[in-house]
Write a protein that binds this ligand. Structure first.
Ligand code: HEM
Length: 123
């Protein structure tokens, strides 16, 4: 039985491993280098705060993911296949190390946000 996600260190592990995989991915990796030259030193802590807020209600994330992705979409259109791959990689990374209510919540929330994002971005 794998442990559940219980603290920021667990989220940091997921976020680090997820973006290691994303960056090398042939379908969506280029978004994080060519479309948006991501500063990983700032992006990774932002993502950890985002997920920490989702799971543990810390109130520390103040960004607007929909707006951020609308801008990305204007630079290079994101489509259903991109979102599917993002979710597939995210689920794989979580399932490799964690299971339980928080792991399920993280996956469920990512799917819900991906659906809302796609609706709002592509109309
Ligand atoms: C096609 C799929 C996706 C692509 C290509 C993508 C790409 C990106 C990129 C390039 C950034 C900007 C990083 C920067 O500003 O340096 C970003 C930020 C972010 N992404 Fe995604 N993303 C995708 C899907 C998702 C999904 C499904 C979620 C749901 C949890 C998500 C959550 C976020 C958040 C919270 C940020 C930070 C926004 C901020 O600056 O406050 N992304 N994404």
């Amino acid at each position: 039985m794998k442990p559940d996600i219980t603290c920021r260190a667990d989220i940091e592990k997921i976020v680090r491993e997820f973006y290691d995989k994303v960056r090398k991915d042939e379908l969506i990796g280029f978004f994080f280098s060519d479309v948006v030259p991501v500063n990983w030193e700032t992006h990774l802590p932002v993502m950890c705060s985002f997920w920490e807020n989702v799971l543990f209600y810390t109130g520390e994330y103040e960004g607007n993911p929909i707006d951020a992705h609308r801008k990305i979409h204007l630079q290079y259109p994101t489509n259903a296949a991109h979102f599917q791959r993002w979710l597939q990689l995210f689920y794989e990374i979580i399932d490799a190390s964690f299971s339980g209510p928080n792991a399920d919540k993280m996956k469920g929330h990512s799917l819900a946000i991906a659906n809302v994002m796609q609706q709002k971005i592509t109309g």
